[in-house]
Design a protein. Structure first.
Length: 459
């Protein structure tokens, strides 16, 4: 517009600053451990994901509606998507050209996108689902089994099942519409808003109103039976338990899941109000993944969980899910807090005390390789090492013994009060801990979190 006015000479005025020239968005999100994950130039607000899945053939037909805001003017942008076949992409309703190689779906809209504007991308795609693994060989993402799918994305496995800006810092709301054969149950995060059967298939629609990191998203399926419960304050709990578990595992699972309301009641006075609109569990009979993940509002477990594990995944709803990592190197901020919470629950229920666990960890000999992992920057291969959990948890007990209970529980509470949209680092925890306690804590943090050697236990 400025150019046209100047050309016809109607107005003499000071020219406006030129609009930024649109450029291609970055194809990586900038995390030091997973630089190819995530993308640049936009921020996702909402994913509306539709799946038609047949566990027998593992065939997936899917469509993703991704609503975003451009953070720079873009000639093109990319989404992370692995091993699936894209058939069509539109941007704001107009067909876009795309290239899909090396896990990057690069989309070139018909017209450049201007910084600050919202835009809607629709991706139609399909494929045969498999059993993807992460960089350490561990199953993750959409893991296909004969009766459905176990879904656990951490750290960057969401791209195995939908086009995504796969970094923890780009939180979004989600809807999941999952169609499976009658008899199979599909489970997403948040609330089940409808379940409709037609022509031999059932469509489950789940809505996650609260912004969520992509690694916590889920569209699991299996021979699950849904059941509900609630806490003393009326928080809804929705559980999905696999009918294929043995009778003994069914009984053990029922006993443990019945403790979830008591766990929430135990943690809330320490951590603050439970941060989401619902909670619950997906308990899958397929044990191959051999782990549990704290999927937002509804953790998933491979096999019958024990009480300590459920307490751990519950604690992540505050520490990790609400309070979000700025970078994967700070993973101990998730796992150390969840491990410490697990220890507190175990002590509360008459098992090992926090002190017992501290003695166990600090009893590991200095020559053990356990102490070589600096947990505040463990490296991508040691992201989920034992040290991330136990050295992280033992550090928090060291902090408690150093600052005293009053300051320690104030730190726990104020850390959980961090805004869900302000990602955190270990330096932020140090700053908070020093402010609350009035003590210099650099050395304690450095010895316990950054050094590849055994720190001195705090008596
Ligand atoms: Zn954990």
């Amino acid at each position: 517009m400025v150019g046209i006015v100047a050309a016809v000479g109607l107005v003499a005025c000071v020219p406006e600053a030129p609009a930024p020239t649109p450029t291609a968005g970055a194809t990586g999100g900038g995390d030091a451990y997973f630089p190819a994950s995530g993308n640049g130039g936009y921020d996702v607000g909402h994913y509306d994901l539709t799946f038609d899945y047949d566990p027998a053939t593992k065939a997936l037909e899917a469509s993703a509606v991704v609503k975003s805001t451009a953070t720079q003017s873009l000639t093109s942008f990319s989404l992370d998507l692995r091993d699936l076949t894209v058939s069509a992409v539109t941007v704001n309703g107009t067909p876009a050209t795309f290239a899909h190689t090396g896990g990057e779906l690069v989309v070139t809209p018909a017209n450049p996108l201007l910084a600050g504007n919202t835009f809607t991308t629709v991706v139609a795609y399909s494929g045969t689902m498999t059993q993807p693994v992460d960089g350490t060989g561990s199953l993750y993402g959409w893991v296909a089994f004969d009766d459905g799918a176990f879904v656990a994305n951490e750290p960057e496995g969401a791209s195995t099942w939908y086009p995504v800006n796969d970094v923890p810092t780009d939180k979004a709301t989600y809807t999941f519409e999952i169609t499976v054969p009658d008899g199979t149950t599909a489970v997403g995060n948040g609330d089940l808003v409808s379940q409709v059967s037609s022509g031999g298939h059932t469509t489950f629609r789940w809505v996650s109103h609260e912004p969520m990191a992509s690694y916590l998203s889920m569209a699991a399926s299996g021979n699950y039976t849904l059941s509900t419960d609630s806490t003393s304050k009326g928080l809804k709990i929705v559980n999905a338990v696999d009918d294929d578990l043995s009778p003994a595992d069914q009984a053990a699972t029922a006993d443990v899941l019945a403790q979830q309301p008591d766990m929430i009641d135990f943690f809330e006075p320490m951590f603050g109000p439970y941060p989401f609109s619902s909670f619950g569990a997906v308990v899958d009979d397929d044990v191959d993944p051999q782990y549990a993940l704290e999927n937002q509002t509804r953790p998933i477990y491979s096999g019958a969980p024990d009480s300590a594990t459920v307490a751990h995944e519950l604690a992540h709803q505050w520490y990790g899910n609400k309070v979000t990592l700025a970078a994967w190197k700070d993973i101990w901020l998730n796992e150390g807090f969840a491990t410490y919470a697990e220890w507190m629950w175990t002590e509360h229920t008459g098992g090992d005390t926090v002190a017992d666990n501290y003695d166990f960890v600090t009893g590991i000999p200095a020559a053990n390789a356990f102490w070589t992992v600096p947990v505040a920057d463990p490296g991508p291969d040691d992201l989920f090492s034992a040290a991330t959990y136990y050295r992280g948890g033992a550090f928090l007990e060291s902090l408690r013994r150093t600052v005293g209970d009053t300051a320690f529980f104030a730190i726990l509470r104020q850390w959980a009060d961090t805004s869900p949209t302000e990602p955190v680092t270990t330096a932020d925890l140090l700053a908070l801990s020093e402010t609350v306690s009035g003590q210099q804590l650099d050395t304690l943090f450095d010895d316990w979190l950054y050094q590849p050697t055994k720190p001195t236990p705090v008596p």
